[in-house]
Design a protein around this ligand. Structure first.
Ligand SMILES: [Zn+2]
Length: 90
C-alpha cells in the first residue's frame, strides 16, 4: 500500500525535517517512508546537499573576511621573519 499522498506529505515536511524542527515520531515516519521510497530518498538527499551548501555560504561571512585574515597572517609572518630571533611559523 503506497499512495502518492505520502510523498506529497513528505515533500511538505522536508524543510522542517532537515531543520530538525519535527518531533521524533514524524522524523521516524519520514525516515521510514524514505526507506520504502527511493525517489523520495534521493530527493531528500539532494535537498540536504543543497541546503548544506547554502548553509556554508551563509554561515561563514563571505570571502572578504577570510581573505582579510589570510592577508593579516601573511603580513604578520612577514613582519616576524624580519625580527631578529624570530621563529618561523609552523
Ligand atoms: Zn515517496
Amino acid at each position: 500500500m503506497h499512495d502518492h499522498g505520502d510523498c506529497r506529505e513528505l515533500f511538505d515536511l522536508i524543510s522542517p525535517f532537515l531543520d530538525r524542527e519535527l518531533d521524533e515520531a514524524t522524523c521516524e515516519e519520514i525516515t521510514r517512508h524514505m526507506q520504502a521510497c527511493p525517489p523520495c530518498r534521493r530527493y531528500v538527499e539532494s535537498m540536504r546537499a543543497t541546503r548544506d551548501v547554502l548553509h556554508q555560504m551563509g554561515e561563514k561571512d563571505p570571502v572578504p573576511a577570510a581573505e582579510a585574515e589570510d592577508l593579516l597572517r601573511d603580513c604578520l609572518s612577514a613582519v616576524r621573519s624580519r625580527l631578529p630571533g624570530a621563529t618561523p611559523n609552523p
